[in-house]
Design a protein around this ligand. Structure first.
Ligand SMILES: *[C@@H]1O[C@H](CO)[C@@H](O)[C@H](O)[C@H]1NC(C)=O
Ligand SMILES: *[C@@H]1O[C@H](CO)[C@@H](O)[C@H](O)[C@H]1NC(C)=O
Ligand SMILES: *[C@@H]1O[C@H](CO)[C@@H](O)[C@H](O)[C@H]1NC(C)=O
Ligand SMILES: *[C@@H]1O[C@H](CO)[C@@H](O)[C@H](O)[C@H]1NC(C)=O
Ligand SMILES: *[C@@H]1O[C@H](CO)[C@@H](O)[C@H](O)[C@H]1NC(C)=O
Ligand SMILES: *[C@@H]1O[C@H](CO)[C@@H](O)[C@H](O)[C@H]1NC(C)=O
Length: 928
């Protein structure tokens, strides 16, 4: 086996203590001689579990335990009592113990032991031996991070003198029988209890309130449920309470009384809610306060200024509103202040600049306005300053902020500054590693950057930077820069890149002309879409062996896609070449390994057939080859791509019958399939419809978009570093660009082909379908009744076919249907006159000689039974739209599309209201 430097280091570390040991004289100072049985129990224990040559093993105390040394009381980690010389304490934390342990272990033959620490060893998923219950004198037991598993033995309940119990970080350890409740009923003397990362899966028992000596209670990440008993906050000695990372634990803060001894309180990532009580100000000893990622709302009480011992305050990711109290300025010990991602408004109080010990200040993603206080330069210890995404306005005095000599991370992006003053040439500046000035009104690349040698992350996107890039810029932090975002400026040129370690380069939406600038070999994400690049894709791109996202879309690139690009198929996740002038064949994948998740070559002039090598891309989620000249049959071989969600073959030269699937469970995840504008023929693929099971299942996570996570050193951007997939499809009769695709959008578009035969009944099983377009084919038979089961359907286009029969009245149940077109068929009979059908215009029905009823002028001879009428126009106009929309907002699906919609706002509001009304049949809505 090859030895790595690390192996050598381990061996080296293991040898040093032995070396010292041999030259050391035996300690003669200790007056105590230990008992021989205890000495042999210790040696036996060492023998059975000490494996110092295990990798990552640090120097261990057990090295000093030697057979020839008779006085075990002097061994490292061993403590004996002064009088009798019995072993009373054993600290073997982090001692390279490894392997299983059980009740026979010699350790349990040390009956005088009062304190036992076995933390940070590896007992190989043993159960805690029941013999532990024999060590009745134990006052302190620490088994933290020792790889114990299974139920905690009931014998632990015998250890009634325990004052400190730490079982934390043993991930498979269970507390069911005995439960936490039983535990605290028996161990009433507990002062310290740490059960972090144990799977408790139960509410916090009230019985903890009886532990009157409790000073620290740590129940982090225990999967706690229910409501936290508020009385626990009032335990007379409690100094440390940590309930963090229990997202299912609810609760609220009590009224705190004066003289509460609490020093540290963590409710981070819990479901604690309500507001912060003014009595918080009574926690005079509070030094750390964490409530980030919870559910707190309301104002920050000004009494917070009474917590003068506070050093850490982390309130991020709640719903706190109102202004930042100026009393915060009294917290002169504060070194860490995070109020980011709340709903705070008004100005940053000036007083905040009195907190001269601050090293970390995050007020990002709030609604703060006004200027950044000028004396922010008083915060001379500041290392981290993040104020992005507020409404801060006025002039951005970067020259003032950059007087902070310790500043390391500075993120001011996405505010409303009207102008910016950058530091002068000879100013002495801090060496930043992160700088975010997106959307900050910069009109050129600020020259002070040329003195920055440690920048790793630089975001200057959404400014007004124009023209070619000056040569000095290419030398900024040449060896350090990893992330550079210059997107959405007016940069015209980039010659070459010198950055040696650049991983992300985002130049989207500029005016860059000429050939594609070749990024350095270290590049992972290269995004240059929406520029004016021309020429061919050079085969040098194929050398970028670390690249995972390559987006060259919307340029003027021509020529063929270099076949060698397929060499990158194992590192590439995303390949987007859409909207160029590329021709020739889509490259064959020469590599068996394909990691591609997204391929978009739409809007080019590619020819030939689809490469079957794509079947190796087992992670493929998105394939768009819209608008090319691909000649092929339906790629049934893609059916095995079990993650494929979006398949767009629109506007090519696909032909022939789709046929029936050859295997089971084909395209199990498909949600958007657009085969329109090809030459497909034969019957509609009814058995495929039945297999597209993702269109039958409701997705709970409605707000998710399709995309790929962009992992980068520091993610500070609004979109949290995600690369969104986009597409263009026909929605409700309009061509729409979706800049992002919501995960629940289910679409079948088979329009403008030569399909014949009937619409299969199976289609009614795709109950989550939002849009169905079968127009411009030669379909016959009647409109299947089963369509009435597509209750989420928003658009149904069956126009220009040869359909006959009546419009099934049951379609009127489709309460979200906003677009309906059956024109140019052979339909007859009455048009339904209720619900959504009252909103469709003549265009929906034209060219069907047999149809009758409103909106057509032809009257029906034999009227269908009258159904209740919708609210009249007059009534609708008088609605208080705000109230209506408040009631229905969450259930609706409009507004997620970035494109246009032809109906007027009022009409849309009416539709929304009316659909909701139909759906829920609520009559208690008030009309005003
Ligand atoms: C730990 O347990 C596993 C399986 O239970 C076993 O294969 C392995 O040898 C054990 N390790 C030691 C050091 O005993
Ligand atoms: C528990 O502690 C008490 C008070 O220190 C002591 O009297 C008693 O002997 C201890 N119990 C055991 C089993 O050691
Ligand atoms: C348990 O031991 C570890 C390692 O020595 C230590 O970090 C931790 O604080 C101890 N727990 C308690 C409650 O003292
Ligand atoms: C606590 O804060 C409130 C509000 O700021 C103030 O009125 C009160 O005097 C303070 N109490 C103490 C003990 O400082
Ligand atoms: C900043 O915004 C606030 C609130 O919108 C406004 O009152 C103030 O005039 C603005 N200041 C400047 C300098 O634009
Ligand atoms: C509609 O769905 C129901 C319940 O799933 C089913 O019983 C019925 O047969 C379906 N109707 C049609 C016409 O497919």
């Amino acid at each position: 086996m090859k030895r790595t430097p690390f192996d050598l280091l381990v061996v080296f570390l293991a040898i040093i203590p032995l070396h010292f040991a041999s030259s050391e004289t035996l300690p003669s100072t200790s007056p105590m001689k230990c008992h021989e049985q205890e000495r042999s129990a210790l040696l036996e224990f060492k023998q059975s579990l000490f494996h110092p040559y295990v990798e990552t093993c640090p120097p261990s105390k057990l090295e000093s335990w030697r057979l020839e040394d008779g006085n075990c009381c002097s061994w490292e980690g061993v403590k004996c009592d002064e009088g009798m010389g019995y072993l009373t304490g054993l600290d073997l934390s982090e001692s390279c113990l490894s392997g299983p342990i059980d009740s026979k272990a010699s350790l349990f033959r040390l009956p005088h032991m009062q304190s036992l620490n076995l933390a940070w060893n590896d007992f190989n998923l043993s159960q805690i031996p029941s013999a532990i219950g024999g060590l009745v004198k134990l006052t302190s037991l620490n088994l933290s991070s020792s790889n114990f598993e299974g139920q905690i033995p009931s014998q632990v309940l015998k250890l009634t003198n325990l004052t400190s119990l730490d079982l934390s970080q043993n991930y498979g350890l269970e507390l069911r029988n005995p439960s936490v409740e039983t535990l605290v009923q028996f161990l009433t003397k507990l002062e310290h209890l740490d059960l972090s990362s144990l799977n408790v899966s139960a509410p916090v028992p009230d019985a903890i309130t009886n532990l009157s000596s409790l000073t620290s209670l740590v129940l982090q990440n225990c999967n706690l449920r229910g409501t936290f008993p508020t009385t626990i906050f009032k335990l007379p000695r409690l100094q440390l309470l940590d309930l963090g990372f229990n997202p299912k634990l609810s609760g609220h803060l009590p009224e705190f009384h004066l003289h509460s001894p609490i020093k540290s309180l963590s409710l981070q990532e819990t479901n604690f809610s309500s507001s912060l009580p003014a009595s918080l100000g009574n926690l005079a000893f509070l030094s750390e306060f964490h409530i980030g990622q919870s559910n707190f709302s309301g104002n920050i009480p000004s009494s917070i200024g009474n917590l003068t011992q506070l050093t850490i305050l982390s309130f991020q990711y709640n719903k706190l509103s109102g202004k930042i109290p100026s009393s915060l300025g009294k917290l002169i010990q504060l070194s860490y202040l995070d109020l980011g991602k709340n709903l705070l408004s008004r100005e940053i109080p000036a007083e905040i600049t009195g907190l001269t010990r601050l090293t970390y200040l995050d007020l990002s993603f709030n609604r703060l306005n006004g200027p950044i206080p000028e004396n922010i330069s008083n915060l001379e210890n500041l290392d981290y300053l993040v104020l992005q995404s507020n409404n801060l306005n006025g002039t951005l005095r970067l020259d003032v902020i950059l007087k902070l000599q310790h500043l390391n991370m500075l993120q001011l992006s996405s505010n409303k500054f009207s102008s910016i003053i950058v530091p002068g040439m000879n100013a002495s500046l801090p060496n930043l590693s992160v700088l975010g000035l997106a959307s900050s009104n910069l009109s050129e690349l600020p020259i002070f950057l040329s003195y920055q040698s440690r920048l790793q992350w630089l975001d200057l996107s959404q400014n007004r930077i124009y023209g070619p890039t000056p040569p000095w810029f290419l030398n900024v932090s040449v060896s350090q820069l990893q992330f550079l975002n210059l997107s959405r400026n007016s940069i015209t040129g980039f010659i070459a890149f010198k950055w040696l370690n650049l991983k992300t380069l985002d130049l989207r939406s500029n005016d860059i002309q000429g050939l594609i600038p070749l990024p350095p070999k270290s590049i992972e994400f290269y995004l240059v879409s929406n520029n004016k690049l021309s020429g061919e894709i050079s085969s040098e791109m194929c050398q970028l062996s670390s690249i995972s996202i390559l987006d060259l879309s919307k340029n003027k690139l021509s020529g063929v896609i270099p076949p060698c690009l397929s060499n990158l198929s194992d590192s590439l996740f995303v390949l987007s070449l859409s909207g160029n002038d590329l021709y020739g064949r889509f490259p064959q994948l020469q590599n068996d390994v394909c990691g591609l998740r997204m391929i978009d070559v739409s809007y080019n002039q590619l020819q030939g057939s689809l490469p079957q090598g794509l079947a190796n891309c087992s992670d493929l989620e998105f394939l768009n080859i819209e608008n090319n000249q691909i000649v092929d049959k339906f790629p049934s071989w893609m059916g095995s791509l079990s993650y494929l969600k979006v398949l767009i073959l629109r506007s090519n030269r696909f032909h022939g019958a789709i046929g029936e699937p050859e295997a089971r469970d084909q395209f199990p995840n498909l949600r958007i399939v657009d085969l329109s504008m090809n030459n497909f023929s034969g019957c509609l693929p009814s058995r495929y419809f039945d297999m597209w099971s993702a269109m039958k299942v409701h997705t709970a996570d409605d707000a998710r978009y399709y995309g790929t996570r962009v992992l980068t050193v520091y993610v500070f951007s609004l979109d949290d570093g995600k690369y969104d997939y986009s597409m263009t499809i026909i929605n409700k009769g309009n061509f729409l660009e979706y800049k992002r695709i919501l995960a629940y959008l289910n679409v079948i578009d088979l329009s403008s082909n030569n399909f014949i035969g009937e619409i299969p009944n199976f289609i009614g099983s795709l109950t989550e379908l939002r849009m169905l377009n079968l127009s411009n084919n030669a379909l016959t038979g009647s409109i299947p009744l089963s369509l009435a089961n597509l209750t989420e359907l928003e658009a149904l286009d069956l126009s220009s076919n040869k359909l006959s029969g009546m419009i099934p009245p049951a379609l009127a149940q489709l309460s979200f249907l906003a677009f309906f077109n059956v024109s140019d068929n052979h339909l007859y009979g009455p048009i339904p006159q209720v619900n959504q059908f009252t909103t469709f215009k003549v265009d929906s029905y034209g060219g069907n000689l047999g149809l009758c009823g409103v909106p057509l002028t032809k009257k029906c001879g034999n009227p269908v039974e009258a159904l209740p009428a919708p609210p009249s126009g007059a009534l609708a106009e008088n609605l208080d739209w705000k109230i209506v929309l408040m009631g229905f907002g969450s259930g609706l699906v409009i507004g997620v599309v970035m494109g246009l919609n032809t109906t007027s706002r009022i009409e849309r509001q009416f539709l929304r209201f009316y659909r909701g009304w139909q759906r829920r049949r609520i009559h208690q809505i008030r009309f005003v």
